[in-house]
Design a protein around this ligand. Structure first.
Ligand code: NAD
Length: 165
């Protein structure tokens, strides 16, 4: 979608971006803010990599008056619900995740807590708060056991690690 048509679809809307301090979530938030959308950023600021980088990204987003930030873990349903209770949210872009194939083999629990339970919590909040738009970032790791190059319509039920699962 180009910027012009995105502007038409999301004019004056409020988007909750999870993982707003992350590599992709930060840039997505910045683009939405530049299009004058209201952005609610959520991130737990974990130390999977240097949190100083995440703090720097957040400081650049906080310069936009229509950005608000909540330090929250999407695995914590109560906390997440309290964020949803405070706004009229039009759409969710879920970019909060543990992203690492090898690390997911060493500690699958944290991947279940964020990537699986966190996503379920967000979907539940969408249901109770009548949010109809939900975007989730997937991963090409889904296709790791298949012949390359993969195609997006290929089967995705042969993950090799908890991350892709
Ligand atoms: N970067 C890539 O090349 C790439 C490629 C394919 C898919 N993806 C997917 O895109 C998404 C974002 O990836 P990224 O590269 O921006 O990762 P990232 O690690 O830079 O960002 C993720 C952000 O989510 C936050 N987070 C993690 N767990 C959380 C939790 N429980 N509650 C709240 N916040 C939490 C982290 O603190 C971090 O700021 C992931 O789902 C990833 O799998 C990324």
């Amino acid at each position: 979608m180009n910027k012009k048509s995105a502007n038409m679809n999301f004019r004056g809307k409020t988007v909750l971006v999870t993982g707003a301090a992350g590599f992709i979530g930060w840039k997505v938030s910045q683009l939405l803010l530049e299009m004058n959308k209201n952005v609610i950023g959520v991130d737990n600021m974990n130390d999977y990599y240097d949190p100083a980088l995440k703090k720097w990204r957040l400081s650049s987003l906080k310069k936009f008056p229509n950005f608000t930030f909540h330090k929250a873990d999407i695995g914590n349903y109560r906390k997440l619900k309290s964020v949803f209770d405070g706004y009229k949210i039009d759409g969710i872009i879920n970019l909060a995740a543990r992203a690492g194939v090898r690390a997911s083999v060493e500690d699958p629990w944290v991947y279940l807590d964020t990537n699986t339970k966190g996503t379920l919590n967000l979907l539940e909040c969408c249901k109770t708060h009548k949010v109809k738009k939900f975007v989730l970032a997937s991963t090409s790791s889904l296709y790791a056991s298949l012949d390359m190059p993969f195609i997006e319509t290929a089967r995705t039920d042969t993950p090799l690690a908890p991350y892709s699962a």
